[in-house]
Design a protein around this ligand. Structure first.
Ligand SMILES: [Zn+2]
Ligand SMILES: [Zn+2]
Length: 259
């Protein structure tokens, strides 16, 4: 568990959209209190780590493709059952945050079963908007993806640590300025080691080479690659390391990284 003045990241999953067996798609925890994207199995992933989902304070969404919010209904059901839904604030892209939460509640038949349920606290963000929590200053910029996405930069007031993560995106130069100089950049590498081929990238993802170019131009301290097939993780790390001179890793799932 993290102490109050540390910033700790724990990846619940680093797999591609359909996760490898025993893994989950891209999803991680900040200080065991903030969840970034739900993956397929957030409640089970959290409980397996000894974390009570009711202790979450924020759930951040990078964007609303299915693999990033698939376990939202089970998470909402857990929180409603434990009477802790009001503990959690949901933050995500303005285009989709409220409609997706509403549809998840409709799927759970919320009106039928919990007549007095308060709608969850939401913070919809337009790419470029900022937000402050007790601990973090959070800034965002747009991604290049088929749906509205947020590339986040977090500054921890308590520990002084800083990191950024892209969510899903094709190679997108505006991200360079936004993540400039962060000690850690977490970038997707959905298409594997090579750069995405613009002729064949209708889902607008990146390869490890694209991520490494962004990391290099942004002069970040370290690059973490996530959201690809785990069998290609070491190939991705090698391809990125050929371009980006600082450390590159594919983080281990369920292992806390203290920044
Ligand atoms: Zn994805
Ligand atoms: Zn996506």
């Amino acid at each position: 568990m993290s102490t109050p003045h540390q910033t700790t990241l724990t990846f619940l999953g680093t797999s591609t959209a359909t996760p490898d067996l025993g893994s989950d798609t891209a999803s991680f925890l900040i200080n065991n209190k903030y969840l970034v994207d739900t993956g397929w199995c957030s409640v089970t992933n959290l409980r397996n780590l000894g974390i009570n989902p009711s202790d979450l304070e924020y759930v951040f969404f990078t964007h609303f493709h299915h693999d990033h919010y698939l376990s939202l209904p089970s998470l909402l059901f857990y929180l409603i059952s434990k009477k802790s839904l009001s503990n959690v604030t949901f933050i995500g892209p303005v285009d989709d945050l409220e409609p997706v939460i509403q549809r998840a509640l409709d799927f759970l038949q919320a009106k039928r079963f919990w007549k007095d349920l308060q709608f969850p606290k939401l913070v919809p963000l337009t790419p470029g908007e900022s937000y402050e929590t007790d601990q973090f200053k959070i800034t965002t910029c747009p991604t290049l993806h088929p749906v509205q996405g947020l590339c986040y930069r977090f500054y921890d007031h308590l520990s002084g640590k800083e990191f950024s993560f892209t969510g899903d995106t094709a190679y997108f130069p505006p991200i360079i300025e936004h993540v400039k100089g962060t000690p850690l950049l977490i970038h997707e590498a959905s298409v594997g080691a090579a750069a995405a081929n613009p002729e064949n990238n209708s889902y607008l993802h990146s390869g490890a080479v694209d991520a490494a170019k962004i990391a290099k131009l942004a002069e970040v301290g370290q690059l973490m690659l996530i959201h690809g097939p785990l069998g290609k993780a070491s190939e991705c790390v090698k391809a990125a390391s050929d371009i980006f001179p600082n450390p590159v890793i594919w983080p281990e799932e369920r292992k806390p990284y203290i920044l």
